[in-house]
Ligand binder design. Sequence first.
Ligand code: EPU
Length: 336
Amino acid sequence: MIQYDFSLKQFNTFGIDVKAKAFSSFSTVDELVKIIQTKESSLPLFILGGGSNILFTKDVDALVLKNNIEGIECVAEDSSFVEYKVGAGVVWHQFVQYTVEKGLGGIENLSLIPGSVGASPMQNIGAYGTEIKDCFVSLDALNLETLKIEYFDKDKCNFGYRESVFKRELKNKYIITSVTYRLSKKPKLNTEYGAIKEEIERMDYQEISVKSVSQAVINIRNSKLPNPKILGNAGSFFKNPVISYAHFIQLKEQYPNIPNYPQANGEIKIAAGWLIEQAGWKGKRVENCGVHEKQALVLVNYGDAKGNEIYALSSQIIHDIHQKFGIVLEREVNIF
Ligand code: EPU
């Protein structure tokens, strides 16, 4: 059923009240193809997953399609791994919980990331030393021109830090319908990330397992990141910038404690949250929006913020960080 002038407030975690010209959800590929074939040909398509990585700054003059394709199906298994083909509409954390309950390893560090399974490859979601590309096998996506399903292996997705081909060259050309992940029966737990180790010790678990790592991540996230159901947000608003070694040495002289992560190519990744906090923005409120008090990388909607208020705040922050550190922050969230 297509609905018109439909509010998207409940469908984006920032809680921005914009209207879609038309809106429809779909639960199967057939249903999706039918909707596309019957749509008014003038309307462009706009695909919505969990709505957890988007900032709407205007009404959407399009047919917005909400992916509700469900299902978790085991498609391969041997003594060391299991592969699940997962409907793109499945809530990401529900899939994580499903694998954690079975003691399968691979995505436990990605517990509680908001959004849907279909959105997870879009920006190669990552946290606490893990990225989905490490467990990703393949995905199926509907080509919006041919209306045929196409298969993408890992190479074709061209994953990078919070990047994939679907955020760049193929933007708005495909709808991801399912994703296949490979989980391990012999998990190699990744507790290197400092905060995880500390949290596991604090929790006093008998053994370190997929479950305890997942619980540690849940605890850390809950303590730092605002729950979008209570305070609108889209997780990290900016990417952590990567700068040259020479630039880093220069900054380190002035700021000996600057958090830094050397990259394979010799460049240095810097914590954007730290830069924003140093510049005095942490916890700052500007009318209806602001910078989260516990994690400066997260912008929040205190109530009825408009998308362009939040966008304007992000521009001010980018400008200020450039002035103070000579670094240009990039937005991680998709802006519409
Ligand atoms: N920091 C500050 N002040 C802050 C925030 C962070 O000084 O307000 C410092 C921390 O003390 C630490 C460093 O910055 O030394 C890194 O902080 P943290 O470990 O919290 O991670 P992050 O770099 O801020 C990234 C991801 C998060 C992910 C965490 C954990 C990006 C853009 N963000 O944040 O991802 O959960 O690491 O792995 O890469 C998301 O993408 O939406 C997201 C939440």
